[in-house]
Design a protein around this ligand. Structure first.
Ligand SMILES: [Zn+2]
Ligand SMILES: [Zn+2]
Length: 285
């Protein structure tokens, strides 16, 4: 149902329009066979608060960015390959409705739509695209996902020691493994999480113990294999090659989450999907 749009003039124009809205801050999006299926504003739950973000669903990628000028100018472009995506619907709460989680190995986050219908449209379209991408690439659905960061406001005290109270002077940190909000004391360690970054990242004390134990176990198993008769290789001294105890890796990613400016206005939550054959479709023309 999307194929008829591929390589059409209208599709090329829509993709060119998205590229121009991101300007030099975005990457080229036009590819042979790529189709822009729909776009709309979703609310993304960020570290500090929920913010409106523009989302574009293509047949193979999901692109989102912050809104500088509605319908004209976007920035902070993120591109997510759909074969890496898993969706998880979230239950309604009094404060938050129409939410779901977009999960990948590198990053997971919560978004919400303006209505139940919009939420359903987004979810069913994304899932259909993911299914087709997996078929096309022959990949298995991914099973390992990054933990979403728990928003700062969710807690005033460290979620590990439950003693440290956060304030202007006592800042919050996030464990890159479990996403919990923790104090500096409870997140002194760094650990290499290759799926997330090429350098060791901040982890909480509990995750550190678990990761270190897991790594030790893997190394012991490797050693046993190496020590099989005939190889003659001496066992390596047990060291946590992936772990750097207590050493800061320099940059802290805590401050990298979405440095967007004035995204606080009321944005229309209009959604448009371009595929035909479904009752809710609406076309640019
Ligand atoms: Zn703590
Ligand atoms: Zn943790």
């Amino acid at each position: 149902m999307v194929d008829y749009l591929a390589n059409t003039e209208i599709n090329s124009q829509r993709i060119a329009a998205v590229e121009s809205c991101f300007g030099a801050s975005g990457q080229p999006l036009a590819l042979p066979g790529r189709v822009l299926l729909g776009e709309g504003v979703l609310t993304k739950e960020c570290r500090k608060k929920a913010k409106p973000r523009i989302f574009f669903l293509f047949n193979d990628i999901l692109v989102y960015g912050s809104i500088v000028l509605n319908k004209r100018r976007y920035r902070s472009q993120h591109v997510i390959p759909l074969e890496e995506v898993t969706l998880e619907p979230l239950p309604e709460t009094l404060q938050a409705k129409n939410r779901w989680m977009i999960k990948t190995a590198k990053k997971s986050f919560v978004v919400s739509a303006a209505s139940t219908t919009e939420r359903q449209e987004w979810i069913s379209h994304i899932e259909e695209c993911v299914r087709r991408q997996l078929l096309a690439t022959g990949r298995q659905p991914s099973t390992e996902h990054a933990a979403p960061w728990i928003p700062d406001k969710a807690t005033d005290i460290c979620m590990r020691c439950t003693q440290t109270r956060f304030s202007a002077l006592t800042r919050r940190h996030h464990c890159r493994k479990c996403g919990f909000v923790v104090c500096a004391e409870c997140s002194r360690e760094r650990f290499l999480l290759p799926r997330l970054a090429p350098k060791p990242l901040r982890v909480c004390s509990l995750c550190y113990r678990e990761l270190a134990a897991q790594k030790r176990k893997e190394e012991e198993e490797e050693e046993e294999e190496e020590q099989e008769p005939g190889t003659g290789a001496p066992g390596q001294p047990a060291c946590l090659a992936g772990a750097i105890c207590g050493a800061s890796s320099g940059d802290d990613y805590d401050s990298d989450e979405d440095k967007e400016g004035n995204g606080d206005g009321e944005w229309p939550s209009h959604v448009e999907f371009y595929t035909s054959g479904v009752s809710w479709s609406s076309f640019h023309s």
